[in-house]
Design a protein around this ligand. Sequence first.
Ligand SMILES: Cc1cc2nc3c(=O)[nH]c(=O)nc-3n(C[C@H](O)[C@H](O)[C@H](O)COP(=O)(O)OP(=O)(O)OC[C@H]3O[C@@H](n4cnc5c(N)ncnc54)[C@H](O)[C@@H]3O)c2cc1C
Length: 461
Amino acid sequence: MLNFNLSPEQIELRDQTRRFALEEILPVAWEYDARDELPLFILKKAFEAGIMNGDIPKAYGGKGRGALESALLTEEIAAVCPGLATSIFDNSLGMEPIMLCRNEPLKQKILSEIAADFKLICFATSEPVMGSDVSGIRCLARPDGDDYILNGTKYWITNGGIADYITVFATVDPKKAHEGICAFLVDRNWKGVSVGRHIPKLGQRCSNTAGINFKDVRVPKANVVAPPGEGFVLAMQTFSRTRPIIGSFAVGAARSAMELAVDYAKKRRTFGVKIANNQAIQFKIAEMYQKVETARLLTWKAAWEADSGQDPTVTASIAKFYATEAAMEVVEEALQIFGGYGYTRLYPIEKLYRDTRLFKIYEGTSEIQRIIVSGFVLHGYQPSLPPLEDFPMLTGIDFAVPDGVVDPKIKGWRCRMCGYIHTADEPPKECPYCYFPQTAFKQVWPQTFGTEQYKSKPPPK
Ligand SMILES: Cc1cc2nc3c(=O)[nH]c(=O)nc-3n(C[C@H](O)[C@H](O)[C@H](O)COP(=O)(O)OP(=O)(O)OC[C@H]3O[C@@H](n4cnc5c(N)ncnc54)[C@H](O)[C@@H]3O)c2cc1C
């Protein structure tokens, strides 16, 4: 059943995108990075080449690409410029809540428009005082008849300075936390919407990032993406589908850093040999490749889960924090292989280093991904083994070695404190190892747990 082969169409899509990245983005990315400016014409070309907005369903005039295809595309663009990848694929983030929402007329209107025309839509949950804690949104949506009046500021908004539309998450009452969160589609040109200055950043300087302020902005009912109480879940569902893409950004950046380092290591000579001849460098290269491959597998798995209708939340989080941290390690080692040249702005590693750093922060920091994954492992994961206190670890004297036939008459008692197994009709008065009383013992033989409950379960939808 498992198959990692891409279809001929997927390979063609990847090659087409790679050509676009090499021909259109590679020559100009460093100059725009130095200028701290987004080259809008590249986004327009990406739209015309069918690279942007590929995930819009066919019913709305889109290409209906799945998450795996998006992962293939984004890796290629990020491999050449992570900053431009962020801005080119930001439409997918801005549109995802709309694709997931129940407002059919809004979907028809907006998704068809974005599929047909070069329009930008950004995504806004973060604010000056909150990012990780989406339940802490303060941007206020006051109901007014059928409309809502929006007041507040969104911060860190990718493409915020250039987008035509904003998918805004707000609250009807900050005290209601999760229960108050709602979402709206806002037109940039509406009265009361203003955009702050482009925020200067360490990296991803080809990507526009800005704050957006809403002053008494009237939002009609027709533009409600999520009514109060449904916005928080919608934001989380959005991230579950977009986080694999951040994983792919990281795979692309790491892959480039590895390729550049390999190329350099094969040419640079020290002590009379090429540096690639040193085992210390070869080991770095092996680990770089291991990280690129592992990160891609995790990312593809999350994308595959999303495409097969499963809930990809946990795998998406694992993919995001593994791939983004692995990418940073790969770029760091690549810079080391370049020696002093890696530290200059005349070689591409320095930009990759700055650009890659962002992946661990946006769309949920590495810490937030760990909270999601540990929450699942602690509270939702289905174990395949019985609890430790039920472990029947019998010794050789309790069964016939080598046949492994257990004496049917024996009883086994396990000390729940230190693990000692006592075989007798009754547990001991106290444990001979840790001196805990008889009450610490639990019968573990004959087996007290049923094995039925440890059968595999189908994945959650
Ligand atoms: C360039 C850029 C582009 C962005 N684009 C967008 C965008 O388009 N739309 C949008 O809405 N947002 C965007 N963001 C915002 C981004 O999603 C947030 O910066 C991110 O979610 C972190 O939020 P914060 O910066 O407020 O950090 P905080 O939430 O204040 O966290 C600060 C630190 O504390 C850690 N932390 C927080 N809570 C916990 C906890 N419970 N346990 C352990 N550690 C914790 C965090 O991991 C982090 O390290 C962008 C950010 C940047 C830098």
